[in-house]
Design a protein around this ligand. Structure first.
Ligand SMILES: *Cc1c(COP(=O)(O)O)cnc(C)c1O
Length: 420
């Protein structure tokens, strides 16, 4: 794929090559990452990049669209089959812009929105103070229950009745448990709010029917395609038929410009791939691996937030080991295990330090690691935590992680030649 770049820009070629090597040698456990099939890279760089197009099939603003129309209609058809939704829009560039498009579709300035706050597992684009959406809409947040460390549904109901939001959002980036979509839909109906589920993290697990789908309950379902779904850097939105027109307007011209036909082609491929047994088997293995990691880490004395996981995410409170999330994140990185520091619910530590780490099992599972390999990773993680200041010892651990991951090539020899 980089044959020409290799000649025209050696410096840049070298950067890409070193990134490939880094990914190959690392045990990648950042929950938002995945290892994409090579077709995703091929299509993301395809000839469609030359085409500018706005609007929808049959209503375009540029000529020469009939083949792109075919692509968009096919992708929509495949996406609708995969999730069983009434309507889909696959134009969003990412999960964040998918959310902004829903806001553009149904909200007016100063409208009220309720979501899970960022520091309790939500997402920046759900109205965090740091995100510019908070300047246009009035966000309030429901919380996690202190005991169960799962969503406090009674609290959510109480707040919804007081706050009377126009939109209720659920979903998040550091929430390891199943969400009771039915319950939140009932609350939304009671207060006459629309209901949006942001399934950015778990859309792959939903596609493979490993966890329940929000589609029957939510008015809008948004997603990124880069997390468990393991696709290109993009997003999409589904909605009930009654919102279809509004949604399409919210996407274009409401919030986005010309389509990225390249990633759209990759999404089209992905929606079909996600129906295969190969994809489904990987998805089935992910929560098994995540549960194994959670259990093992607990046995080593770490505290697992909410006591476990139903998805690909394990949120770990590291304070029992007398370390911070940042220290653990840095030390794991130094031995070749990539995770991210993350606040735990009601975290006394700042977002830059944190009391926890978020661990995701998507990439490792895609590489073929099973329960026994995950147990070995848990052992290594504990070894790192127990020897966090012993640099010489950590260097030895790095050899162990390289040895372990070398048995699971990131790409086959044949694919690797295509990539670089
Ligand atoms: C990652 C994430 C997003 C953003 O997706 P991008 O594709 O990175 O823009 C939105 N919502 C949630 C819940 C996420 O976890």
């Amino acid at each position: 794929m980089l044959n020409k770049t290799k000649i025209s820009d050696e410096i840049l070629y070298d950067i890409v090559k070193r990134e490939l090597e880094r990914q190959e040698k690392n045990i990648e456990m950042i929950a938002s990452e995945s290892t994409v099939p090579i077709e995703i890279m091929e299509l993301s760089g395809s000839i469609f990049t030359n085409k500018t197009l706005e609007g929808y099939p049959g209503h375009r603003f540029q000529a020469g669209s009939h083949i792109a129309d075919e692509l968009e209609l096919l992708a929509n058809k495949r996406g609708k089959e995969l999730y069983g939704c009434d309507h889909i829009n696959i134009q969003p560039y990412s999960g964040s812009t998918a959310n902004y498009a829903v806001y553009a579709a149904i909200l007016e300035k100063d409208d009220k929105v309720m979501s899970l706050s960022l520091d309790q597992g939500g997402h920046l684009s759900h109205g965090s103070k740091a995100n510019f959406m908070s300047r246009f809409f009035h966000f309030d947040h429901y919380s996690i229950d202190k005991e169960t460390e799962q969503i406090d549904y009674d609290g959510l109901e109480k707040k919804a009745k007081e706050f009377k939001p126009k939109l209720i959002i659920t979903g998040g980036s550091a929430y390891p448990r199943l969400i009771d979509f039915k319950r939140i839909k009932e609350i939304a109906d009671e207060v006459k709010a629309s209901f949006m589920v942001d399934m950015a993290h778990f859309s792959g697990l939903v596609a493979a029917e490993v966890i329940p789908s929000p589609v029957p309950y939510a008015d809008f379902v948004t997603s990124s395609t880069t997390k468990t779904l393991g696709g290109p850097r993009a997003g999409f939105i589904m909605c009930k038929e009654e919102f279809a027109k509004k949604l399409d307007k919210g996407v274009f011209p409401g919030s986005l410009g010309s389509m990225h036909l390249t990633t759209m082609a990759a999404k089209c491929w992905l929606f079909e791939y996600a129906k295969t047994e190969k994809f489904r088997n990987i998805m089935r293995q992910i929560p098994k691996n995540a549960k194994t990691l959670a259990k093992e880490l607990e046995n080593y004395g770490f505290r697992i937030v909410s006591g476990g996981t139903d998805t690909h995410i394990v949120l770990v409170d590291v304070r029992n080991k007398n370390i911070t999330g940042k220290e653990f994140d840095d030390a794991l990185d130094s031995v070749g295990i990539t995770v991210n520091k993350n606040q735990i619910p009601f975290d006394p530590a700042s977002p830059l330090i944190t009391s926890g780490v978020r661990i995701g099992l998507t990439s490792t599972t895609q590489r073929g690691l099973k329960e026994d390999d995950i147990k070995e990773i848990a052992r290594i993680m504990n070894d790192v935590a127990e020897n966090i200041n012993d640099e010489e010892y950590l260097k030895k651990i790095k050899l162990q992680t390289e040895e372990l991951i070398s048995k699971f090539p990131l790409y086959s020899e044949e694919d690797r030649k295509e990539i670089i």
